[in-house]
Design a protein around this ligand. Structure first.
Ligand code: TRP
Length: 374
């Protein structure tokens, strides 16, 4: 692999070339045709797709075909609960919510507290399981109807997955898994089995309904290795190949290509207080000039600016976004002003989010798949 960047489900290093990554993984770029077809079926194209945050896929066109023919399909995504949720994590969940609303489909959501325990030397099961619950609050806060969101917490709900995971594991050789994930002799054996569990959920809807249910997985591009393997073995197990929709990584406020959950200053957590959000935004890297005078004269570069990127993430209004772009390019707005605007947007988003999050606290059980199956 090129040494300029390195992407696995557990690690992203360097400056990511999204085209090259697609070539390497073998997924496709979203083209105008698919996007237009989505628009005509849904009545609009969600801004996260329109603005290119979601940029690639496998068989998304087939899902549209399935939807068009009125055949059953469902969504699947998940989260490795290693800590509190930052606003970058919300991106695929926000899109999933849109699909739920527009197409009336259900979302299966996997909390991999097992994976995060296995993957991090220091992590305890108590911690990762606790975060599975805490992170569920952020998910529920996005407003999913209770009958459309099914949360699976791996360490507690293994019963619904285990038989499927065994069938998957039996088809996956060590050599395929090692090559796909870059495992080595020192990788613990829990992590080696784990991909079977993440793949299993893609087949769960079919098992539960007892008929073919196609599955669409919105996820960040680093999750592709799992679903590549899932697609390789799906049909031999009698399941439809899962389709995927991939997003770029959300930049950190420091300007790195991925917001890191381990560097607190580089990400905005849904649990941050107003003061620290303000500080993080005000200290953010920007595409601006070193001085106000130069900024007025030459304008800034929104295309490399995380502050502009966050405006695009949290403001659905295209007119606002176009104005910020032009004003930045033309030197009519300074970075401090632009950051203040962003702070206001994130503050209003989080005000609603945090309230909804607290309201969800005693309702998590209502969204658990295991409780609904009982
Ligand atoms: N492995 C993912 C992570 O570390 C969590 C996950 C489980 C997931 N199932 C998924 C992510 C399906 C996207 C789609 O975050």
């Amino acid at each position: 692999m090129s040494e300029e960047f390195y992407v696995t489900p557990w690690e992203v290093r360097g400056k990511v070339d999204y085209r090259k990554l697609l070539e390497k993984f073998g997924a496709k770029e979203l083209d105008v045709d698919v996007v237009n077809r989505l628009g005509s079926m849904a009545g609009e194209v969600h801004y996260l797709i329109r603005r290119g945050f979601f940029y690639a896929h496998r068989d998304f066109d087939k899902i549209l075909e399935v939807a068009g023919r009125g055949l059953p399909w469902a969504l699947y995504t998940g989260r490795g609960p290693s800590g509190p949720v930052h606003i970058g994590h919300l991106v695929p969940w926000i899109l999933a919510k849109w699909f739920v609303d527009r197409f009336g489909v259900e979302l299966f959501f996997q909390m991999t507290d097992d994976e995060k325990f296995l993957d991090d030397e220091e992590a305890t099961l108590k911690e990762t399981n606790g975060y599975a619950y805490e992170n569920s609050l952020d998910l529920i806060a996005l407003g999913f109807p209770q009958d459309k969101l099914h949360i699976i917490i791996d360490t507690e709900d293994i019963g619904v997955l285990y038989k499927i995971a065994l069938k998957v594991a039996k088809k996956l050789t060590w050599s395929a898994v090692r090559a796909t994930f870059g495992f080595s002799d020192s990788t613990n054996t829990g992590l080696i089995f784990f991909p079977s569990l993440q793949i299993a959920v893609a087949f769960l809807p079919t098992e539960l309904r007892g008929e073919t249910v196609h599955v669409l997985i919105p996820a960040a591009i680093d999750q592709d290795p799992y679903f590549r393997l899932a697609r390789d073995i799906a049909e031999t197990l009698g399941y439809p190949k899962p389709a995927t929709l991939y997003s770029r990584f959300i930049s950190s406020l420091r300007g790195e290509s991925k917001m890191s959950a381990s560097v607190a200053e580089s990400a905005i957590y849904t649990t941050d207080d107003e003061r620290s959000i303000r500080v993080k935004i005000m200290n953010a890297f920007t595409g601006g000039q070193p001085t106000a005078e130069l900024q007025r004269k030459f304008g800034g570069n929104p295309d490399i600016c995380p502050v502009y990127e966050y405006h695009k993430l949290f403001d659905p209004n295209d007119k606002n976004i176009g104005e910020i772009y032009e004003n930045c390019r033309g030197g009519h707005i300074l970075c401090g002003e632009c950051k203040a605007l962003l702070f206001d947007k994130i503050k209003s988003f989080l005000k609603i989010h945090v309230e909804a999050r607290e309201k969800a606290r005693d309702k998590i059980h209502m969204y658990r798949l295991s409780a609904k199956l009982r």
